[in-house]
Design a protein around this ligand. Sequence first.
Ligand code: PLP
Length: 387
Amino acid sequence: MSDIHEFLQERKERELLRRLRPAELRKGGRIIFDGCEYFDFSSNDYLGLSDNPYMKDASVKAIEKYGTGASASRLLSGDLRLHHVLEEKTALFKRRESAIVFNSGYQANIGIIGSLCKKNDAVFLDKLSHASIIDGAALSGVKFFRFRHNDIDHLEALLKKERDKYKNCLIITETVFSMEGDRAPIKELIEIKEKFGCSIMADEAHATGIYGERGSGILEEDDISGSVDFVMGTFSKALGSFGAYLACSKEVKEYLVNVCRSFIYSTALPPGVIMANLASLELVAKEPHRRKHLLENTRYFRNELTNLGFDVRGNTQIVPVILKDSHRAVRYSDALREKNFWVLPIRTPTVPEKEARLRFSVTYNHDREILYNLVNTLKGLGGVLDS
Ligand SMILES: *Cc1c(COP(=O)(O)O)cnc(C)c1O
């Protein structure tokens, strides 16, 4: 147990100790801590749906009718018609034959990867993949290789060297990367997977609800949904609720229901959550102005920051501003907090020390005036904090 104490001590000394910060309330793009209200630039509630009246109403009605808990796993008595309706609607949304719902994106990734890959198989993942993807690959016990972020040449070199040693190879990427705010070169990845006879899985956690004509994600926007074998995504970010999905073939779904441990050995999502997820899919279809408004705000904010000379990464609603060391990132974050903007510094070990950053998540709730004020505040801080 002495290791625990030393670990905490060391993290504290390096100013890297992670702490929970309970808020009193989070609503309408704002967050309240100790009676103080902030504009929340750290949430993934991109479409502002997490306190949407239509979704809340759907959820409350489901709770009144079915109760609060699902009472058991899907394979016991936790499986309601509602879960299947959500899976059918999700399959339609993602234009795939079938879909299977998971209790969270983390559970989805750790379960799916291990189920799809067996001894003699290998996984190739982007170096910046989400922890759930890395953990899924590690837990599955298969050999895995990490290619440099969005680097097709590196992936190709790895496959040339390694492909023949394994039976099945699975390439995994996110379509929008959570720390870089950029997109995967998905068309090139598909060419590579075809060239080397691999399968590909895409994680649309940060893209679902936002990109594409119907808002189903980057694969729709790039018009390549059908070429990706396994499409995972969540209901917990832009869709403002909770849970995750894999869009796949009927056969893959049937297989996962039989072998995927994170699906089998966990209580089903409660009815209130399932109904909220269904309502969110309806809203994405009925209210495209939400994603249009979000993307317009994103463009505005990115342009303004670039014009001010900040090192801005990516091209999505996630806007990382590289500040080059942790202390500087913390100073900016503290100074913005004083001006009522809630944005957290991202430091090592999440990103390399030299790439410490502020990560702004633009949402539907941030109107032009808020963004304008934030830009002006940042402009003022540059002079004070960096001199
Ligand atoms: C957030 C996230 C997950 C996990 O989803 P949860 O529903 O929050 O567990 C998985 N993959 C990516 C890329 C994510 O950003």
